[in-house]
Design a protein around this ligand. Sequence first.
Ligand code: ZN
Length: 422
Amino acid sequence: MARTTDNADAQALAGYIDASPSPFHAVAEAGRRLADNGYQQVDELDPPAMQPDRGFVIRDGSLVAWADVDGQADDFRLIGAHTDSPNLRVKPRPDQDRAGVRQLALEPYGGLLLNSWLGRDLGLAGRVALADGRVLLVRTATPVLHLPQLAIHLDREVNTKGLLVDPQRHTAPIWGLGASRDGDFANWVAQTLVGDGAEAGDVVAWDLMTHDFAPSAIVGADHELLSAPRLDNLCSSWAAVEALLGTNRGMIALWDHEEIGSTSNRGAASPLVESVLERLVPAPSERRRLLARGTCASSDMAHGTHPNFAERHEPNHPITLGGGPVIKSNVNQRYATDARSAQVFAAACERAGTAIQWYAHRADIPCGSTIGPITAGQLGISVVDVGAPMLAMHAARELMATEDVEFLRRALTSFLDVSGSS
Ligand code: ZN
């Protein structure tokens, strides 16, 4: 594989990540990019009359987009990815104070690495529901929260035994000094995030979550690495959008709620893709044929071999940063890949000129899972689980090779392009 030097794909991904501190922002940004390229947003509330040839639907933090699905009836291609990442989210009544500081009560979302959230300047983002029925997309312009480390003088064993961060007692960040009163946070949300003279009583509820405020960065002596929050799985979400725009064929589904099991009105276990397909292919028998003949690439990040913990990985399946897309398999269907679906993706990588790597989990450590098996069970479509290699999955800050961003985009583009011209 030839080294790329301009890192254009990694820079574009960094821009997408920094613009997307929550799933709601991630689909808004993806929708904006699709609309800029001629894709028409369809409202699920509209009657299913004529559907645009190129369009997209947004449901809360999820998005489904399509192009020329009719033209692919004999070899339908779907890419799945997810828009959510583990983080800390604001509880409904978060105001608390202790030791002379104001704190917010947060709730862990997904399988996050709690210690990675310590010592960072955190922003807040998400959406706010108002009494008048409006739901606003919001984010702070500055970092507003900080979860400080405990000084080593107060825990001399931290470097030998590790810091135990309790999800209930140790995750309330500081956001000011003095005493808290119930309603302080709602008041601040009204004044700072809503504005226009809004008051605490106007704010009914929120879906607000923390994010690492530091922007994504290209790092390394030769600029070979991308250090960023939410690489899992905004990398795949970004690459899926670019693949669709690069081919104008097939369908992509960017799902919310993967990190908590996908069961919700908009997760991969919801009927969102089916309801979009019902609009595009109204005849049930035609729809079933399309799915039976189709293949889904479920793209989620893959564990690169950690140089300091190589013994945690399956010895004969090393995954190299910069080594190209990964096909993930697990015979117990934690990943949905089988020989047939793997062949489809391997052929796409070959056409794209990218290498492939094969991931298998150690049998003595429980394997994670993703949307692949859920999509296979929900739609009855053949699924291959794939992804780009990375380190520190589910940390507040993650790391991958810049080249793998381009490799994944090229592989997914080739996967959608059944004509083989990409
Ligand atoms: Zn993921």
